[in-house]
Ligand binder design. Structure first.
Ligand SMILES: [Zn+2]
Length: 140
């Protein structure tokens, strides 16, 4: 069994998951090895497959709501795909830029912002690549 030294996900039968009980049991014995999970591997390599640009005055007055939404979308996605991580978040005045290791996570973030707060959503794909740029804007 493999245990990720960075996020403590465990890999059993080729499948990575967060399982506290399995991890504790395994680490009591010798039948495990340290191995970066696919998510932490992407983070370590700096592999960014999506960027989300959240923009507008709305963010000045709803910054905490926005950050909570980012967090909950990322947590939900992580349970489905261990490799989908937020790589970096940068906050400026009326802008939050989120780099993700997974294109679908970037798309999901944009869609959930549109669903929660309407505003304007624009997703741009690069032909022939796994990369997406997601723009969500709301001014008031
Ligand atoms: Zn990990």
């Amino acid at each position: 069994m493999k245990v990720c030294p960075s996020c403590y996900a465990v890999c059993v039968d080729q499948k990575w998951a967060f399982d506290e009980a399995k991890r504790e049991r395994a680490m009591k014995g010798n039948g495990w090895e340290k191995h970066l999970c696919p998510g932490c591997e992407r983070v370590a390599k700096g592999q960014v497959d999506g960027v989300v640009y959240l923009r507008g005055d709305f963010l000045k007055t709803h910054r905490e709501d926005a950050k909570n939404l980012i967090r909950s979308v990322a947590e939900k996605k992580l349970r489905k795909n261990i490799a989908a991580r937020i790589y970096h978040i940068e906050e400026k005045g009326d802008e939050i830029v989120i780099e993700t290791t997974d294109r679908a996570l970037a798309e999901r973030l944009g869609k959930e912002f549109e669903r929660a707060y309407s505003g304007h959503l624009d997703i741009q794909w690069q032909p022939g690549s796994a990369f997406a740029r997601v723009y969500w804007t709301r001014d008031h």
